[in-house]
Design a protein around this ligand. Structure first.
Ligand code: GRF
Length: 209
């Protein structure tokens, strides 16, 4: 059973999908702690209901390194096997990311390497997709590297972009896919089936296949 720490700043629907998957046994793991930089983040309430430790480390007014060192100290204590970013709205330094290389994942609400990078978060992403005229969108789970939204892709799920789509409808349909993709990626990690080969993640077949 792997120990998972989740970092979240917002509503935490992806966090919920991971906790649900642990509860049901789909993931052989446990969310041991949820760390947030935002007071009042609903993700923390969800974590309390589930029974994970909740850790609030406000980032407001703090220098990036100062805040990160507090987070790192908590992670050292918690000793997670895997760190998940789930709507964590604060950039991490290369130092932080290197510490957890190969053990830290993020979910992005578009098909990387398109529609990622600076400024591409929240509704901006879906707006950019609609404005581009792209006919498909989706979500991407990837390992985190110091290159923003540029780490090795673990898995993606696609949906069609409809003529009738608005930012809201596209966001909602992508989110449904996120809630399937993230647990699946974590399950593969927990099964030891993700092998990072340079920029590429290879998924090894299950022993019983
Ligand atoms: C999701 O769209 C995710 O892709 C992005 O942030 C959002 C978090 O949503 N990284 P939630 O807090 O999990 O509901």
């Amino acid at each position: 059973m792997i120990r998972i720490a989740v970092m979240a700043s917002g509503g935490g629907t992806n966090l919920q999908s991971i906790m649900d998957a642990c509860e049901s046994g789909y993931i052989d793991g446990k969310v041991v702690a949820v760390i947030s930089n935002k007071d009042g983040a609903y993700a923390l309430e969800r974590a309390k209901i589930y029974g994970a430790e909740t850790i609030l480390i406000p980032s407001r007014g703090k220098r990036r390194e100062e805040h990160e060192n507090e987070v790192l100290a908590e992670l050292e204590r918690i000793r997670p096997d895997l760190v998940l970013l789930a709507g964590y709205m604060r950039m991490l330094t290369a130092n932080f990311i290197e510490r957890y290389r190969g053990k830290i994942m993020n979910i992005h609400p578009a098909l990387l390497p398109c529609f990622g990078g600076k400024g591409m978060y929240g509704e901006n992403v879906h707006r950019a997709v609609l404005e581009s005229g792209a006919k498909v969108s989706g979500c991407t789970v990837h390992f985190v590297t110091p290159h923003v939204d540029g780490g090795p892709i673990i898995l993606q799920r696609c949906i069609p972009v409809l003529d009738s789509d608005t930012v809201e409808t596209l966001k909602a349909r992508v989110l449904e896919e996120e809630h399937k993709a993230y647990p699946e990626a974590v399950r593969l990690f927990a099964e030891g089936r993700l092998k990072i080969d340079g920029a590429v993640v290879r998924i090894e077949s299950a022993n019983n296949e």
